[in-house]
Design a protein around this ligand. Structure first.
Ligand code: IPE
Ligand code: IPE
Ligand code: MG
Length: 246
């Protein structure tokens, strides 16, 4: 089991300038497995250790929010057996890990569509994990499941219309308030593993000014050291938000 103790952090990390929110596209599971002559699904299973180690690593470093892309609205295009595996796997991961994560102060929340395609028992386990950890305040683990950035915007716009918001009152704030988790600040840092250089419909609105770090490491091999390396790269960036350096 990954170590949940606060291990010594690398010396080059500036603890005064940690990202508040790190979001991760956990990619490369299938390739990790195929390179070993294993079925793709073994790669998803192997990704669990990476996830838990990274979550504990983030906790140890004082990162307040971690969002992970676990299943996209486009992943339904995969073979039905892989989709089924991912549904069962995410359900079992929650069943096995929610209590343990809750005990170290992590609150688990979800972003995504609760549509008919997600089996009811998976939704029930998501609700249980959220309920069990609801009072925790040390860190938020936001699991993007059946999540799409475009779907999130469509859902927000639908809500705007249902709320009867007039055209002149459509502001950034009005949209933001209708996203899945308006209370979570935008990600400061977005990491994508496996050498793919795209965002694949992740957090479209929220990552407008995020710093992006891409790594060749395949997700099942990713560990907290890789997270810290990405944070260190982030700390070397200058964020201007369209303005000028001081
Ligand atoms: C990411 O790994 C996990 C999910 C999309 C659920 P992939 O399954 O996309 O792995 P590759 O990209 O095919 O190697
Ligand atoms: C993004 O990875 C989705 C998740 C990691 C859950 P994909 O593997 O689905 O993205 P594409 O298809 O390579 O863009
Ligand atoms: Mg992929």
């Amino acid at each position: 089991m990954p170590d949940s103790r606060p291990l010594p952090l690398p010396k080059d990390l500036d603890l005064g300038r940690m990202p508040t929110h790190v979001a991760i596209v956990m990619d490369g599971n299938g390739r990790w497995a195929q390179r070993r002559g294993l079925p793709r699904t073994d790669g998803h299973a192997a990704g669990e250790e990476a996830l838990v180690d990274v979550v504990y690593g983030a906790l140890a470093a004082g990162i307040k929010y971690v969002t992970v892309y676990a299943f996209s609205t486009e992943n339904w295009r995969r073979p039905v057996d892989e989709v089924k595996f991912l549904m069962n796997f995410n359900e079992s991961l929650l069943k096995r890990r929610a209590r343990e994560l809750g005990e170290v102060g992590i609150r688990i929340v979800f972003s995504g569509r609760r549509d008919w395609r997600v089996p009811r028992r998976v939704l029930a386990n998501m609700d249980d994990a959220a309920e069990l950890t609801r009072r925790n305040k040390t860190m938020v683990l936001n699991m993007a499941f059946n999540y799409g950035g475009r779907a999130e915007l469509i859902d927000a716009i639908t809500q705007l219309v249902e709320d009867g918001v007039p055209a002149r009152k459509i502001t950034e704030k009005a949209i933001r308030e209708r996203l899945y988790h308006p209370e979570i600040p935008d990600p400061d840092l977005v990491i994508r593993t496996s050498g793919e250089y795209r965002t694949s419909n992740f957090l479209m609105w929220e990552m407008a000014y995020s710093e992006l770090v891409f790594t060749e490491v395949l997700w099942p091999d990713f560990r907290r050291e890789d997270l810290y390396a990405a944070v260190s790269e982030y700390q070397g960036r200058r964020r201007r938000y369209g303005g000028l350096d001081e």
